[in-house]
Design a protein around this ligand. Structure first.
Ligand SMILES: *[C@@H]1O[C@H](CO)[C@@H](O)[C@H](O)[C@H]1NC(C)=O
Ligand SMILES: *[C@@H]1O[C@H](CO)[C@@H](O)[C@H](O)[C@H]1NC(C)=O
Ligand SMILES: *[C@@H]1O[C@H](CO)[C@@H](O)[C@H](O)[C@H]1NC(C)=O
Ligand SMILES: *[C@@H]1O[C@H](CO)[C@@H](O)[C@H](O)[C@H]1NC(C)=O
Ligand SMILES: *[C@@H]1O[C@H](CO)[C@@H](O)[C@H](O)[C@H]1NC(C)=O
Ligand SMILES: *[C@@H]1O[C@H](CO)[C@@H](O)[C@H](O)[C@H]1NC(C)=O
Ligand SMILES: *[C@@H]1O[C@H](CO)[C@@H](O)[C@H](O)[C@H]1NC(C)=O
Length: 742
């Protein structure tokens, strides 16, 4: 304990002095620093803010004020401090190394201070040992500090920019929360005095014992200390005092959950997947089981040169792929993950890393141009409507056909477990209009799936095929061509038609060509707000994954185009609906969701992800990969860690859970077992109040406890607890808890 207090008390670099980078009146940067700014107008003696001499910065889109140090300062300093003024300037701060081209994470000024204003200077400090997301600045040969403007540039003023030798941390109690039967979890920073922690339950002071302190390795700036009460929680009021912080909770009356331990069914381990995990540590820490190479930027992937083109996502420009396939795929497989790999299935792939489809010189009137390459346009008229025509494809692409697909599959040093037939090709006329401007109809999509699947299965007999990777609800049922396309196919909606065709193909080709019906699913509701109503909506919309009584809170819930023929059409009811379509049209096909995500602007993103992973297991989804690469310390990543990281994983068999109330808007409870013992339970309290649950049939004894959210915040909190009773378990507001029998 003593050493812990000493290391956290002061984030210091002993024996160093502060280093000034800019002081007003100097007329330029301090000695030893050079101005490496770009695209920015600087005035080192501006007096525009309250007459005080300062550095004014006016950066165009993505441009920056950048200060280069003639000596490497690395991690020798405790932090960076500056005074800043401006009208909510969209600026992010990062460190970089000219020696190895590394960059630190980019820290938005808005994450550092909400007080920045255009009439006076606000002092802002970046603590390198406590970045805004709780992580620590990585050790590198940092020698450059950059303030970069956003898409609309940034206008702001800076003064007194200093590298700090020392930041003294005030001992602080952040929160204290009741947890499970008789535990209080206290989060703190610095040398706090734990003897000041006291707990009062319904008017009575309850003796506590300090159990243990845990500091997450990747977010070490805060610790959690668990105390055990000498009696169990009960309905009423609990007051927890820690230092001068007092927390007051109302413990609610009980709700009930019952586990049916005998009645298990398998959970597919492939549901814990993500797109493009960055490295083996990510896969290992979060327990990622399936890794996808996918998205709009792999449609044009040319393995001979590692060229690609993200189409409409980035001005139809060729570039070098990042990552490149072979090292990434070898890493994924080496780390123990399965892989799901997109094989291009349009007729073109990028021919080089420089060409682009809509140069300004040929198409002067376009809606937008690349801020980094003003000659590369977005292929849309000034009113935003896409051209809908392609230049000669050979300007930018080389031809690609089934012979090339086979050559790539043969070339791969390690073979993928699953391939997908391109990505969302039903909307290629929009995402890749320069390659494929013609609207994709049912027949063309089917024929591309058949030829690619057949080539893949002939080349790699063990590979599984996932298709058609349809982007969204609308296109599950029709094509870009529209209702005439449904009409031309006996008025059968797209996915059921596709399944029957793939079933017929099994007879024609003498083998199954489709192993997974693959779809993409993004929640339909508008979750752009940050208000309480939107947060509650986010947390309950996971019901769209399974609940036939949940009328979707999006256009899906209010409209049904007349040519669609699906039952209960205002409920998404995703997994059971798709499983029923498979059962009717091509039994034996598995179901995968190779893109989905949770809107992630606060802890609710992690809770939605945890809820979804529980639903995937309980409802028998066969595979899923989260879109994007949630940072390892972000909520969605913590949800993977909750199920799969740090010791005991969630089990391989789903245990049925019965809840006493229809409360899935605010509560998720998922249970598993392995070999009919080793029960693991995930409880997600989606409510803004603590929850008290009596969990029938949960064995008592020693458990690994993992949790995130609530007042303890986003961190990988883990400890061991002895569960002596299970009849009043408290889960704090907005918290996900994992209990795994040790
Ligand atoms: C910033 O620079 C742009 C030109 O790049 C100019 O139009 C604008 O007026 C400047 N803003 C201020 C506040 O100086
Ligand atoms: C950073 O790395 C360098 C060499 O890579 C090492 O000498 C130095 O001690 C490290 N600093 C810290 C704070 O870990
Ligand atoms: C709370 O305690 C801390 C540490 O002892 C102290 O710095 C702070 O001023 C106190 N806050 C109040 C409101 O008393
Ligand atoms: C704690 O909260 C309850 C319910 O809101 C309230 O009645 C009580 O006065 C509070 N106690 C303290 C010490 O704040
Ligand atoms: C946008 O402009 C183009 C070219 O002038 C025109 O063909 C198209 O109809 C316009 N679209 C809309 C929605 O007005
Ligand atoms: C694919 O294109 C190549 C030329 O790039 C050609 O030699 C080959 O025959 C084509 N394969 C098929 C199946 O059309
Ligand atoms: C849950 O409540 C909703 C809304 O009141 C209702 O439509 C639905 O049928 C209920 N479901 C169950 C399983 O009771």
């Amino acid at each position: 304990m003593l050493s812990w207090i000493l290391t956290l008390a002061v984030f210091a670099a002993l024996g160093r002095a502060d280093v000034s980078i800019f002081t007003d009146g100097a007329g330029g940067l301090s000695a030893g620093w050079e101005d490496w700014s770009w695209g920015s107008t600087l005035d080192y003696a501006s007096t525009a803010i309250a007459g005080r001499s300062a550095l004014s910065v006016n950066s165009t889109a993505y441009s920056a004020f950048s200060a280069y140090s003639e000596t490497v300062f690395g991690t020798s300093y405790a932090g960076l401090r500056f005074d800043v003024a401006g009208s909510a300037p969209d600026v992010s701060i990062s460190l970089s190394s000219t020696a190895d081209s590394d960059s630190s994470e980019s820290i938005a000024l808005s994450a550092l201070s909400k007080d920045v204003n255009p009439t006076s200077f606000t002092t802002v400090t970046i603590n390198f040992q406590d970045l805004p997301d709780g992580t620590v600045l990585t050790n590198d040969t940092w020698n450059r500090i950059t303030f970069q403007g956003g898409a609309n540039g940034a206008v702001y003023w800076l003064d007194n920019i200093v590298l700090l030798s020392e930041i003294v941390v005030t001992p602080t109690f952040f929160s204290a929360e009741p947890l499970l039967g008789n535990i209080v979890a206290v989060t703190s920073q610095g040398a706090v005095d734990f003897s000041t922690v006291s707990v009062n339950l319904n008017g009575e002071t309850v003796p506590t014992t300090l159990l243990t302190t845990y500091t997450p390795p990747d977010t070490p700036s805060k610790s959690i200390t668990y105390f055990q009460l000498s009696k169990s929680f009960e309905t009423g009021t609990v007051l927890i005092t820690a230092g001068n912080t007092t927390c007051n909770y109302t413990l609610p009356k009980l709700e009930y959950a019952a586990l049916t331990l005998g009645n298990t069914k398998p959970i597919s381990s492939d549901i814990y997947g993500v797109n493009f995990p960055a490295d083996a540590n990510y896969i290992d820490t979060l327990g990622i089981t399936l890794s996808r190479w996918g998205g709009n930027a792999v449609t044009a992937y040319n393995y001979e040169g590692e060229f690609t083109n993200a189409g409409n996502d980035w001005y139809f420009e060729n570039r070098i792929s990042s990552p490149t396939f072979e090292p990434w795929h070898d890493m994924v497989k080496g780390a123990g993950s399965k892989s799901i790999v997109t094989v291009p299935a349009l007729d073109w792939v990028a021919k080089d890393d420089t060409s682009y489809s809509y140069p300004k010189s040929l198409y002067p009137d376009q809606a937008g141009f690349d801020p980094y390459n003003p000659d590369a346009g977005d292929g849309a008229w000034p009113n935003g409507t896409q051209f809908g025509t392609a230049p000669p494809q050979t300007n930018v692409y080389k031809e690609w056909n089934v012979t090339n697909q086979i050559a790539w599959l043969n070339f791969m040093s390690i073979k993928p477990d699953i391939i997908t037939v391109d990505n969302e090709i039903e909307i290629a006329s929009s995402t890749h209009e320069d390659m494929h401007p013609a609207p994709m109809d049912y027949d063309e999509e089917l024929s591309r799936v058949l030829s690619t699947a057949n080539a893949a299965k002939n080349t790699l007999p063990d590979v599984l095929v996932a298709a058609p990777s349809t982007c969204a609800w609308w296109y599950y049922w029709t094509s870009v061509v529209g209702y005439t396309d449904n009409a031309a196919h006996d008025n059968i909606d797209f996915l059921p038609w596709f399944l029957t065709q793939m079933k017929d193909a099994e007879s024609t080709y003498g083998k199954r060509l489709l192993d997974y019906l693959d779809i993409h699913y993004y929640f339909g509701a508008d979750t752009s707000g940050t208000d309480a109503a939107t947060q509650a909506l986010k947390l309950r919309m996971t019901r769209s994954l399974w609940d036939p009584s949940y009328i979707d809170e999006s256009y899906i819930g209010t409209s049904v185009p007349p040519q669609w023929h699906q039952p209960n059409p205002n409920a998404v009811w995703l997994i059971p609906r798709m499983q029923a379509l498979i059962e009717q049209n091509y039994p034996g096909t598995k179901l995968s969701v190779s893109e989905w995500s949770a809107p992630d602007n606060d802890v609710t993103g992690g809770l939605v992800t945890a809820d979804a992973l529980g639903i995937f297991g309980a409802f028998g989804l066969d595979a899923a990969t989260y879109w994007g690469q949630p940072a390892i310390t972000d909520g969605p990543a913590l949800a993977y860690w909750l199920y799969r990281g740090a010791g005991v994983p969630f089990g391989s068999s789903s245990v049925q859970v019965t809840l006493s109330q229809n409360n899935t808007d605010t509560l998720g409870v998922y249970a598993s077992s392995t070999d009919s013992k080793n029960v693991a339970l995930v409880i997600i309290n989606k409510d803004t109040q603590p929850l008290a649950l009596d969990v029938a049939n949960l064995p008592t004894g020693e458990y690994t406890l993992k949790h995130f959210g609530g007042n303890a915040g986003l961190a990988k909190w883990v400890t061991t607890v002895d569960l002596s009773t299970t009849d009043y378990l408290v889960v704090p507001a907005w918290t996900a808890v994992f209990l795994g029998q040790s």
